[in-house]
Design a protein around this ligand. Sequence first.
Ligand code: ZN
Ligand code: ZN
Ligand code: FE
Length: 765
Amino acid sequence: MSPALNILRRDIHISGAVQGVGFRPFVYRTASAFGVKGWVRNDSQGVTIRALGSEDLLERFQRALRDRAPEPARIREIRVLAERSVEDEDLSDDFRILDSEMTEDVTASISPDLAICAECLRELMDEKDRRYRYPFINCTACGPRYSILESIPYDRAHTTMRDFQMCEQCAREYEDPADRRYHAQPNACPACGPHVALWSPSGREMAAQHDALILAADGIREGRIVAVKGLGGFHLMADARNEDALKELRRRKGREEKPLALMFPWMALIREACDVNELEARTLAGPEAPIVLLRKRQNSTCGLAGVVAPGNPFLGVMLPYTALHYLLMHELGIPVVATSGNRTDEPLCIDEREALQRLEGIADLFLVHDRPIARPVDDSVVRVAAGRLTILRRARGYAPRPVLLDQAVPEPMLAVGAHQKNAVALALGTEAFISQHVGDLDTAPAFRAFEETVRALSVLYCAEPRIIACDQHPDYASTRFARETDAPVRVIPIQHHHAHIVSCMVDNRLDGRVLGVAWDGTGYGSDGTVWGGEFLLADRRRYERIGHLRTFPLPGGDAAAREPRRAALGLLYELGGPEMLLREDIAPLRDLKPEQSRILRQMLQKEMQTPHTSSVGRLFDAVAALLDVRQDCTYEGQAAMELEHAAWRAPADTPPYAIPFSDGQADWAPMIGRILEDLKLNRDKDVIARSFHEGLARLIVDMARLADEPRVVLSGGCFQNALLLERAVALLTQAGYTPYWHHQVPPNDGGIALGQLAIALNTEH
Ligand code: ZN
Ligand code: ZN
Ligand code: FE
């Protein structure tokens, strides 16, 4: 090389999710291809690269790093740390991968679990490959991560793979920087890795290895319910076309009507059952491989049983995301129900011995394996709404990927979230690491899972939080946990709906003041009443409640969430007093037993166990009951969901009901009056449901005008409703406002922890 050529030595830092995803081998291969010299190593914030070459070469190298990064990697920023000219004798070395440099401040991203990659799939089906049909094939671009990790740094000794001694061939791949399996911590093969087996309900081994998969598939085909140990826990699987098998599954699991998720063997079959747009297809097949809510196709030829999702225009669908699922599904060639392996309201089962007991009487067969699962990680659920992905349940594939706070926390801070759909979060540096979906905290096992999640997060990130943010609700299990902890911590209670709005602000990287529309089922208001239909002028520090839904009494309080007719009765009582409850032409009153009617009337008149609420979620329930869409729920949110489904069926140009706003209250009374008239006139209920949705979307735009805030943030469980969300987004945009909604964390209470962190961070302490 000519000494005249100007050689630069450039230190480059890349931050983001770049560890445990095959990024260093990718840098190595790219550098080798370009003839760039130097080295790469992991650090606590990402990777650092020292690159030597001409300026032109380095520019092209950097561009390649950005543009060709392996799919699961998420580059946040590529930054040049330092650069200087060097003598060309510095070029004698090749490009090398150096060992990790661990610093005390460990914020390097722990990767989520990744769906099987195309390369591994090819090998899986190649008869000549030594991993032909091996259910635990993986590489640096795919496979288990978070679900096998027990402590950091991320290397094999800290994962549940530690007891599997790599064979010579696997060890060679693991040591070779040019190999796809260089430092692939779960690397394994049939000779040295985990294996599957099929067990009877008593735990007797009926078959091993590939025979176990074949027999499990046979069982499903014959109508049995098979418990399958997968990546982050057990599924219960059954033939999705077999009405009897699914009814039996629902009966045994105690899951009456809640929709069941489906796993399809391949995309073409999904397209036969559902409409799939490009973003949905990419999401299904991406490394996160979540359950995607898709619109059912009319006249589908798939033969799916009606009990999968009764009366629901959407199906929750996923593709196989591990080699084990892939092999099983390809053997079957039919869609199966793949619902989480637990009893209703209990945490997911992760251990095969425990599963024999906990799933006793539910599963007929157990397809198990001997790779331990470090923690339960459910399937994530997403939907495309208003043209973008919204996460409804954040777990496998996403957790514990951090969300950027855009502010640095002075010390580790924990947020324990809400009570329903709980998830917790840990703030370190400028990032919030959000746990997988933990679930509702009503049962003792669920609470133990919550405690374990908090503990594991602290262990994984070596953080002992001194500040804990929690909800203001004194009776949330998470709040009690924060208040009763033995550690010397400062507890900062955060208002529920403020947390919703700030969560959405952080999700969208917003700062400053916004109009927040926080609509959900219930949350503890700062005045001690039950909120849920709130308009807040908010920033990351404080909020002002500038308006809310007109309140109404809710006989039975929380019990009303399961019994929409209670919300309807409260609404009618508020509207017309006791006489209103004697009208027999109104659905929720018509079918009421006299005894029940008397009790509810008394509760309302004497205000016994009857809080007043401004909840939009309960307004949805009340309208669903008035339309006789639903009087009793078998699962949370059912009435509101069914009202949404009714509204989708009505014409798009259905006019809104007016919801006037004055004196700080959005008054539903004129609308309910109109609904009662329209019911009397026998108007189409789908149209009434649609006018209701349109009215609420219109109300949001009216409030934006009134508040005169250009940015409108939509959060809370009500915005899981795709119709409400899309109409609000469309009308706000038309009117010149900029709407924001959720993408990285759920609009429901699963997103609360993120908001709690950001507010606590801005609170004086
Ligand atoms: Zn792979
Ligand atoms: Zn091996
Ligand atoms: Fe909420």
